[in-house]
Design a protein around this ligand. Structure first.
Ligand code: MLT
Length: 264
């Protein structure tokens, strides 16, 4: 596994073959994809950045819009790694918002999309308000309160009961995340555009993945996304919540493998 730095962005790379980008959720880092990095690094050129303000990537003290993240990934591919061919872009939740933005801004760089536990709708006014409260609180107190509160929403009851290690590792990542990085991304997510009306224009093959017990972006919401994307299908992962790739890595890898096999 290689670590590559472009303008203070940490990017984990593994393998060779068709390029595959993994964009993590909030407030996490590339390590949420460890099982996918290991599996698809056997057959693909896997590229898993720590998005700015997360993991080992530097923070920037401005709003991190989804298009900032998308454009940075385009730059990493083009200038940092000299990846010229279109990629499979896989993103979870916030990473999914970034995947959609990447498709819109860099359509020629996308071969296929994998959208995990994410949504197309913009934030409601209430959600925007809560994000701003959390942004101010994280700057005052640090990320501990998020690490304490988020697992209940992120993980299925089964994972909370049977896999405490995964929950604790995720909390440790959150606790180590920079408050500025978290606040910048919260404000960026609050300003993201509604993608619902763009979904019908997505012409690349698209796999949607949703944990059956996801309460943040539920199956019904992802099914209505899939209904709007012409060449798409939704895979529902039993026993998983919002963090399906981390909670049920084998089942998620299996549906991704089948999708990649069909789209060769
Ligand atoms: C995530 O998992 O990335 C978050 O749930 C995204 C969000 O807060 O909208």
């Amino acid at each position: 596994m290689a670590d590559f730095h472009l303008n203070e962005r940490n990017v984990v790379e593994l393998g060779s073959g068709p390029p595959m980008v993994f964009a993590h959720g909030f407030p996490l880092d590339h390590s949420m994809w460890d099982a996918q990095i290991e599996e698809f690094g056997k057959t693909h050129h896997v590229i898993a950045p720590d998005l700015r303000g997360f993991g080992e990537s530097e923070s920037v003290d401005v709003v991190s819009h989804m298009w900032h993240f998308a454009d940075e990934i385009a730059l990493i591919l083009e200038q940092g790694l000299n990846v010229q061919e279109p990629v499979t872009f896989c993103g979870l939740s916030m990473g999914g918002y970034i995947a959609l933005e990447f498709w819109k801004r860099h359509p020629d760089k996308v071969k296929t999309l994998i959208l995990c536990d994410t949504k197309a709708a913009a934030d409601s006014d209430d959600a925007k308000h809560t994000r701003e409260e959390n942004a101010q609180r994280v700057m005052r107190e640090g990320p501990g309160f998020l690490a304490d509160a988020m697992p209940e929403k992120l993980f299925s009851k089964k994972t909370l009961r049977e896999n405490p290690e995964v929950v604790e590792q995720t909390q440790a990542v959150m606790r180590a995340t920079s408050p500025i990085g978290i606040a910048s991304a919260l404000r960026g997510m609050a300003t993201r555009e509604d993608f619902t009306d763009h979904l019908a224009q997505i012409s690349v093959p698209t796999l949607l993945i949703c944990g059956e017990d996801d309460i943040i972006t539920p199956v019904t919401e992802m099914q209505s996304m899939a209904n709007r994307i012409p060449n798409s299908r939704l895979a529902v992962i039993p026993g998983a919540g919002h963090m399906a790739p981390l909670e049920q890595p084998e089942a998620v890898n299996q549906v991704i493998r089948e999708f990649l096999g069909a789209e060769k």
